[in-house]
Design a protein around this ligand. Structure first.
Ligand SMILES: [Fe+2]
Length: 250
């Protein structure tokens, strides 16, 4: 639908994998720029969506499909009153910063979205550059009313060791609200959420797996505030060591 699946068949293949792994609802979030919310890119995504839903309904019964967008914050002001821009028409809107970099006054940008009574969910914050060592901007984002979506593959090291440690740190601080696949139907990316589920359960975090992969996604799609996960420590004290390593200590 955007820079993800190149054609209908690869989109269906990704959905089939997710369904086989126990996923029952998928929210697709093609990219849009906040400066161009109603241009040709959106028209293309809408057309692709119609086709996908028609075919999936017939060939993948039991899979619920929802839609939203991943909106890049390239301008300070934009209009989110069109429910089609938000996740399943809920109050929640998936947003990302430009160029994988935390911008100046990022919390203000998120607070402005909240003023319209929408709730921004920051896409893959573990992948951004520009944090200080203690990620002190993240509590500011949360205070501004934003939620955090971390990629399931980040926890597993799919984007490298540093991003894995940042994702683990965010998890240990209780900063993550939802895990998502960021599936682009690309062969080098895990199409599934199952490995993240197993990763958490193996570390004694079954409750967190349930909240991040079932309860909270379901609540967001149902327009309810997600449950706060809270700080956690993995079995064996892994996250404490990660936090120390990120601070540059031992
Ligand atoms: Fe993104």
């Amino acid at each position: 639908m955007d820079d993800g699946a190149p054609d209908l068949e690869s989109a269906l293949a990704a959905l089939r994998t997710l369904l086989a792994d126990g996923v029952r609802a998928v929210a697709a979030t093609p990219h849009l720029n906040a400066s161009d919310l109603n241009g040709t890119r959106r028209a293309r995504a809408e057309a692709g969506w119609q086709r996908l839903v028609e075919v999936a309904k017939a060939s993948l019964p039991g899979l619920e499909l929802y839609r939203g967008y991943e909106i890049q914050l390239d301008v300070p002001e934009f209009d989110l009153s069109d429910a089609g821009l938000r996740l399943a028409g809920s109050r929640f809107v998936l947003v990302e910063f430009q160029a994988f970099t935390v911008p100046e006054r990022s919390a203000d940008a998120l607070a402005r979205i909240g003023e319209g009574s929408y709730v921004p969910i920051i896409a893959h914050p573990e992948r951004y550059w520009g944090y200080d060592r203690s990620h002190s901007v993240v509590p500011e984002w949360r205070a501004a009313g934003a939620l955090l979506q971390v990629n399931s593959g980040s926890l597993l090291g799919e984007y490298g060791e540093h991003i894995r440690m940042v994702a683990q740190r965010f998890l240990s601080e209780g900063w993550i609200d939802v895990l998502a696949s960021d599936n682009h139907a690309r062969p080098n990316r895990s199409p599934s959420l199952r490995p993240a589920w197993d990763y958490l359960v193996r570390r004694g975090l079954a409750r967190e797996a349930g909240l991040l992969l079932e309860t909270n996604p379901q609540r967001i799609l149902g327009d309810e505030m997600p449950v706060t996960v809270g700080p956690v420590e993995a079995a064996g004290g892994v996250f404490k060591r990660v936090a120390r390593a990120l601070r540059g200590g031992r």
